[in-house]
Design a protein around this ligand. Structure first.
Ligand code: F0G
Length: 364
């Protein structure tokens, strides 16, 4: 019997490309190694000859891509002797920070905009036992406060302004190149605080300059496409937005912290930013669920909404290989999902064989 090597997380897997030493205690929950799923029905439906893959980051331990950055950030915080971490969050970062803090045995403080984070994220963060500080202001205000307070209290910031977050998150690009044997032609991402698009670009660039390991890889860098919600689209407008608004609460951000890095990713890759309405985002989320069986949260579907739009206009030409990152699991935001499916709400019938049989035969 052969024993497969146990996967124990992305730091262990990409150890030689990350800032850890032999003696570093790794704070890990087995994150990374997420599925890259090729869409089968949607390309047929839209009648385009394109290979679309979704990188399903919702299958990370806390249900979002944040775990990639958090395993690195918390590992380094602990290595540096930190006893507490802090972040501002639209929900996913707070859940990840809370989980990894528990794992490390340190404290997590999270600032969240009251009433504006999805229920699943709140439930997780409560269960992990983080100190939740709700503010009557949005993410951008929370971020400003976190940056200020870190000068006054012994806490390590674990938002993506912490460079170790991007180090961890860049591994998603490594996984994609490892799996496809090359980079895709286009990489589509939802953009909020803009750490993730910056991290992917860093990852693709690092892998492509490593000729020893990747001699066989022909194409090493994709064109980066950053998609935003129309009500929170500072990169599309070319200026910060003071009152961002969108149903995709994860990316309800008007003052992105990784502003310069994300512009560099766009320019260096020859890519672009675009924005989509809440209706377009929700339609893409529903389409992905109902045609492919993949359930992501609204913000995540912005990547697919953008890809489908740019494929339909020919900006992304036929014959392309496209990867869309699905940043978070659909279960994070049950309210918006149920609201979208109101017309399909289940009816209750009598608990009898006849009634059940009728319900089946009427709906075949
Ligand atoms: N998608 C999801 C599901 C997110 O939670 C976020 C960011 C993004 C996309 C955007 O990524 O900020 O790197 O451009 N969520 C942060 C949070 C802000 O607090 O959970 P980004």
């Amino acid at each position: 019997m052969s024993i497969r090597k146990r996967y124990t997380g992305l730091i262990e897997h990409y150890r030689d490309r990350l800032p850890v030493s032999e003696t570093t205690r790794l704070i890990s929950l087995g994150e990374g190694n997420t599925p890259l799923i090729q869409l089968q029905n949607i390309p047929r439906l839209i009648g385009k000859d394109v290979d679309i893959y979704v990188k399903y980051e919702g299958l990370n331990p806390t249900g979002s891509f944040k775990d990639r950055g958090m395993t690195m950030a918390v590992t380094k915080a602990v290595e540096d002797g930190s006893k507490a971490i802090i972040c501002a969050s639209t929900g996913n970062t707070s859940a990840a920070a809370a989980a990894y803090a528990v794992r490390a045995g340190i404290k997590a403080f999270v600032l969240i905009p009251e009433g504006k984070i999805a229920l699943g994220k709140l439930a997780q963060t409560l269960m992990y036992g983080a100190e939740i500080i709700q503010i009557n202001g949005n993410f951008d205000r929370g971020m400003a406060l976190v940056k200020e307070v870190a000068d006054h209290a012994p806490v390590t910031i674990v938002n993506s302004i912490n460079p170790f977050r991007l180090e961890g998150q860049k591994t998603a690009a490594f996984e994609i190149v490892d799996e496809l044997g090359c980079a895709p032609d286009y990489h589509c991402l939802p953009v909020g605080n803009a750490g993730n698009i910056s991290a992917y670009w860093k990852g693709y660039k690092e892998y492509s300059t490593d000729t020893d390991t990747h001699q066989a890889v022909t194409k090493t860098r994709p064109i980066m496409c950053g998609y935003q919600a129309a009500g929170a689209a500072p990169f599309v407008l070319g200026q910060m937005v003071d009152e961002p608004e969108t149903v995709a609460t994860a990316i309800r951000i008007g003052h992105p912290q990784s502003w310069d890095l994300a512009w560099a990713a766009q320019k260096e890759s020859g890519g672009w930013f675009n924005k989509f309405s809440d209706e377009q985002i929700l339609a893409a989320q529903k389409m992905l669920s109902q045609y492919e069986g993949v359930f992501c949260e609204p913000a995540s579907a912005t990547s697919l909404a953008g890809a489908l739009h740019d494929i339909s206009t020919g900006k992304i030409p036929e014959g392309s290989k496209v990867v869309c990152t699905l940043t978070g699991n659909g279960l994070k935001d049950p309210d918006s999902a149920i609201k979208q499916c109101e017309a399909a709400h289940p009816v209750t019938i009598e608990a009898s064989l006849d009634a059940v049989k009728k319900a089946i035969l009427d709906n075949m």
